[in-house]
Design a protein around this ligand. Structure first.
Ligand code: ATP
Ligand code: MG
Length: 530
């Protein structure tokens, strides 16, 4: 096996990894479908030409190397084209999800000082609402329609040359400015250089997603999320595969039928999407016979999902752990034996450790902080305009992920939870994930979140918020049953002493559960009772 190369050459522009596939005029880059069933397809050569035109058009509008361009687009080809064009100029892409609200846009635009924005006709009113306060913003480009005060995407590319000389960026020039999900506080502007994309691709695309040239890959993340950079953009197009793009809402039956329709080989979904698909009735009507590689990231992956996908489709869903700040740090790579409940092992070339308060590695089996050594090439270059939070993220030479885990005798990592989410009850440390994992195994449970709830005797107790599956009614008997169920699966002291049935859980716009909100509500409730 050739040695894994994670360090980019001194001059490297990541867009060239996509561009090189345009040499073959027929190579398919994207298969697109929307909710109405309309379809389109695009070759690498087409993406290359239109992004060259856009790069020329942007330059004419005064956009230069180093300028920041916010791109807020849904799952349409112009998202790919806009990212490519910006990178070709050497500009910095600030990915924005279509879920961003005016206040989120204002926060990013002023925090980063963006110069141009490319957005979609039905989203631009959100930008217009805060436009007057976005002082650095000069250029407004709209896709999919026209809007007063906006230049249309088609006008920008009209009459432009299909040739463009890609900026010969240094590998340490900034390529992306990704804001974090904001699960725990204000989003942070994560600085990533072109070299980050290089290091990410070497590991995530080849060893985890296992994308091969010519594969049909469906990575369901939407543009604007770090995961869109990770998978649909860098890993899929960088590997010469064909990306499936579905411009529509998540609906389990639809997703399953698209996997069949497009003979998808590689699937990258969130744990929630997998979970909802796995709980779907009548799974045996879907074949998914071309599916070879299935991965999950972003939140803990439940065993239930792994078992169901194995049973019905013969594939093993493999977990991957990483953050906006880095890359795939820990994962179950292709050909690796899966240990259900474990995320996998540290990925090659990425120096990861579980450390204690002093920054020393803990003993195997002990819970500690997941840390990444400073030297890791896929680690971010800091939070933009935020030296304090950047410094606070390090303990000596180790970057702290803010998550906790333990390692078993075979080197597999088990996720315990975000440091803030860990529950300490009567001196026992309890990771919420293990309890949640046990709860969702119960057929009555659709979704759940487990947090610490203040308790005068135990310090904290384990409290579960549970959403039931349609046909199940909340009752005292069910509370008892769920408690017994958890006691049988995990250590008895971990069972939820309180269970509350709810109809929804607080989530970030990317769908992650915000346990911090539940925890604060519990604190307030108990304080009011006292
Ligand atoms: P913020 O930093 O703004 O609070 P965030 O941490 O949710 O938001 P992301 O960078 O999108 O922003 O998410 C990374 C986090 O997601 C990790 O730190 C971890 O808590 C969680 N995570 C990612 N992958 C996994 C996984 N495979 N298993 C468990 N948790 C995961
Ligand atoms: Mg984070």
């Amino acid at each position: 096996m050739t040695e894994l190369q994670l360090h980019a050459p001194e001059y490297y522009n990541m867009v060239n990894d996509i561009e090189r596939h345009a040499a073959d005029p027929d190579k398919l880059a994207l298969l697109w479908e929307n909710e109405a069933g309309e379809t389109k397809q695009f070759t690498y050569a087409q993406l290359s030409k239109v992004s060259n035109q856009l790069a020329n058009g942007l330059k004419e509008l005064g956009i230069q190397k180093g300028d920041k361009i916010m791109i807020i687009l849904p799952r349409i080809e112009q998202a790919y084209i806009s990212y490519m064009a910006a990178l070709k100029i050497g500009a910095i892409v600030l990915p924005g999800s279509e879920m961003l609200m005016p206040k989120d846009i204002l926060y990013r635009a002023t925090h980063a000082g963006i110069k141009a924005v490319i957005s979609y006709h039905d989203l631009v009113s959100r930008i217009d609402e805060v436009r007057a306060d976005c002082r650095t913003l000069e250029t407004f480009i709209v896709c999919g329609g026209t809007k007063e005060g906006w230049i249309s995407f088609d006008k920008v590319i009209e009459g432009q040359s299909e040739e463009f000389e890609v900026e010969n960026t240094r590998a340490d020039d900034i390529a992306f400015l990704n804001y974090t999900s904001g699960t725990t506080g204000n989003p942070k502007g994560v600085i990533h250089t072109h070299s980050w994309a290089y290091a990410h691709q070497a590991v995530a695309a080849k060893l985890w997603l296992d994308v091969r040239d010519g594969d049909v890959v469906w990575a369901t993340a939407g543009p604007g999320w770090a995961k869109w950079n990770w998978s649909p953009f860098i890993s899929v197009l960088g590997s010469g595969a064909t990306g499936l793009v579905y411009f529509g809402k998540f609906e389990p039956k639809k997703y399953l039928s698209l996997l069949d329709k497009y003979s998808v080989n590689v699937l990258c979904c969130t744990p929630t999407e997998y979970r909802i698909m796995a709980k779907e009735e009548g799974l045996d009507q879907y074949k998914l016979e071309h599916l070879r590689s299935t991965v999950s990231a972003g939140e803990p992956l439940n065993r239930e999902v792994i078992d169901t996908f194995k049973k019905y489709f013969g594939v093993t869903v493999r977990d991957g752990y990483g953050q906006t700040e880095n890359s795939l740090l820990i994962g179950t790579l292709k050909d690796m034996e899966v240990k259900p409940g474990s995320m996998g092992k540290p990925t090659p070339g990425n120096r990861i450790a579980i450390i204690d308060e002093e920054g020393n590695p803990v003993e195997r089996g002990q819970v500690g902080d997941i840390a990444v050594h400073r030297s890791v090439p896929a680690l971010f270059k800091g939070y933009l305009n935020d030296p304090e939070r950047t410094a606070a993220a390090f303990r000596g030479d180790w970057y702290l992920t803010g998550d906790q885990a333990k390692e078993d005798e075979d080197g597999y990592y088990f996720f315990e939870g975000r440091s803030d989410d860990i529950i300490i009850s009567s001196g026992y440390t309890i990771g919420p994930f293990e309890v949640e994992d046990a709860l969702v195994k119960h057929p009555a449970v659709k979704e759940c979140a487990v947090v610490a709830s203040p308790d005068p005797v135990r310090g904290s107790i384990v409290k579960a918020f549970v959403i039931l599956r349609d046909s199940n009614a909340a009752s005292e008997a069910l509370v008892k049953e769920l408690q017994e169920h958890v006691k049988n699966i995990t250590a008895p002291y971990k069972y939820p002493r309180e269970i509350e049935f709810v109809s929804e859980l607080p989530k970030t716009t990317s769908g992650k559960i915000r346990r911090v909100e539940l925890r604060q509500a519990e604190k307030a409730r108990k304080a009011a009772q006292a």
